[in-house]
Write a protein that binds this ligand. Structure first.
Ligand code: SF4
Length: 251
């Protein structure tokens, strides 16, 4: 199933029922993912998983816990997440074998920004949207990655054109940031992700049942409709090429 085929919105339905469809070589993809995570855990300490608590990330955390790799997980609580995401964060912290750390923005910066630019500044210009992302995401991300040798993300090649070349192991930021990046689901389809979730009954964000394939901050995420692309619900008022918050943008 392609990302644009999954998007009919007749009524709320379980995302697992709508999307779970394993690729013919799913077993090989899963084995590749597990081997990569095992190698990363063995050879690239310290490392950490960045989780937005989206479908891909809950799969990776589940694999980390199932294989007892004890790779710590971190979540950026931007202060603007949906209540459903915060509830999932609590459940994940309660049930994960690997520790789950939460990084939040500096309150003074958030207050300063809102006082000067307003709550809805992100809709006014790309510059203001990126300023908000810098305060709420990029600065906490820098703290989360400080001292790490590698990080694990849920990027997939099929998520967008900008991510079509995502490799399993990305060493392109070793020189600039000293960080290896592992993308263990790089070759997975959306159907593979939901097949795994259904197979292992993985806890997931109920917003996925309401046609939110990609979930970020509440003001900047909406449900998508029939025919829309996977990340159409993120920063939907912006040009396609601008649709990254900076977490995965190359210098
Ligand atoms: S996604 Fe939206 S609310 Fe979240 S940090 Fe970026 S601009 Fe701010």
């Amino acid at each position: 199933m392609t990302s644009s085929q999954m998007l009919s919105r007749p009524s709320p339905a379980k995302a697992t029922a709508l999307h779970a469809q394993a690729s013919p070589d799913f077993a090989a993809r899963l084995a590749e993912t597990e081997a990569l995570l095992q190698r990363a855990a063995a050879d690239f300490q310290p490392l950490t998983q960045a989780s937005s608590l989206g479908a891909e990330d809950v799969v990776i955390t589940h694999i980390i816990n199932r294989l007892r790799l004890d790779i710590p997980v971190f979540v950026l609580d931007t202060g603007a997440l949906h209540t459903e995401t915060l509830a999932l964060l609590e459940r994940t912290q309660a049930h994960s074998r690997a520790p789950v750390h939460v990084y939040r923005p500096e309150q003074e910066s958030v207050i300063w920004f809102i006082r000067n630019e307003g709550q809805d500044a992100m809709y006014r210009s790309l510059q203001l949207r990126k300023a908000c992302c810098n305060i709420r995401k990029m600065e906490p991300l820098a703290r989360a990655l400080a001292g790490q040798r590698a990080w694990v993300t849920g990027l997939r090649q099929a998520q967008s054109n900008a991510r079509a070349e995502v490799p399993l192991q990305d060493d392109s930021e070793v020189a600039s940031k000293g960080l290896h990046k592992f993308n263990p689901l790089a070759r997975w389809s959306w159907g593979d992700v939901w097949h795994y979730i259904a197979l292992h009954q993985v806890d997931y964000n109920p917003l996925h049942d309401q046609f939110f394939p990609s979930i970020g901050c509440a003001p900047c995420t909406r449900a998508i409709s029939l025919g829309e692309e996977f990340r159409a619900g993120r920063w939907w008022w912006e040009d396609e090429t601008a649709k990254e918050c900076g977490l995965h943008v190359k210098p």
